[in-house]
Design a protein around this ligand. Structure first.
Ligand SMILES: O=P(O)(O)OC[C@H]1O[C@H](OP(=O)(O)OP(=O)(O)O)[C@H](O)[C@@H]1O
Ligand SMILES: Nc1ncnc2[nH]cnc12
Length: 181
């Protein structure tokens, strides 16, 4: 990947100590999005990476996964499917609960949004424990979707998400990483 773009992206992400709870170093992707150059670079790098991967759908997780998944879907010319927190999707859904770095939650997916044979790329702003994407992958696979690839703007490898997703058979594409938290 283009090193200048990767540096621009990493440098644009502000750190907020003790948010949303004491002891959490919050990596704020909204500061990246405030920079047209950094936001554009992130979508360009993902597009180059997945242009020839045979992806048929992108799944993005609420809420920050929508911000990168949707523009990438347009760039790749494929559909975008949201995975949402409970009660937000209007049609019939399936659900999966999961653990977060700072809590517990459930995610839902429309049952007709993924069809057997879909080759799905899961996209989120940040990979921490991997709980969000593990739950998302279970939802997609239970509907017959194939999911081999994941993409993140930020990874926090110390929190174990990369190992968890590798054990699920996923490749991990990340634009930057931070350690020590
Ligand atoms: O790898 P994990 O430990 O699962 O953590 C990563 C997830 O946590 C954050 O979302 P959050 O649940 O805070 O939701 P939000 O995007 O709606 O703020 C982040 O955007 C990822 O989706
Ligand atoms: N440290 C962190 N910064 C931003 N988003 C997160 N989601 C889970 N952990 C996070």
């Amino acid at each position: 990947m283009n090193q200048d773009k990767l540096t621009l992206i990493k440098d644009s992400i502000k750190a907020v100590p003790d948010y949303p709870k004491p002891g959490i170093m919050f990596r704020d992707v909204t500061s990246l999005m405030e920079s047209a150059e950094a936001f554009t670079a992130s979508i360009e790098l993902f597009t180059e990476e997945f242009r020839d991967a045979g992806i048929t759908k992108i799944v993005g997780t609420e809420a920050r996964g929508f911000l990168f998944g949707a523009p990438l879907a347009i760039a790749l010319g494929v559909g975008f499917v949201p995975v949402r927190k409970p009660g937000k999707l209007p049609r019939e859904t399936i659900g999966q609960s999961y653990e977060l770095e700072y809590g517990q939650d459930t995610l839902e997916l429309h049952i007709d949004a993924i069809v057997p044979g879909d080759k799905v790329l899961v996209v989120d702003d940040l990979l921490a424990t991997g709980g969000t994407i593990e739950a998302t992958v279970k939802l997609i696979r239970s509907l017959g979707g194939e999911v081999d690839h994941s993409a993140f703007v930020i990874s926090l490898p110390d929190l174990g998400g990369e190992k968890k997703l590798e054990s699920l058979g996923l490749t991990i594409t990340k634009l930057c990483e931070f350690d020590g938290d």
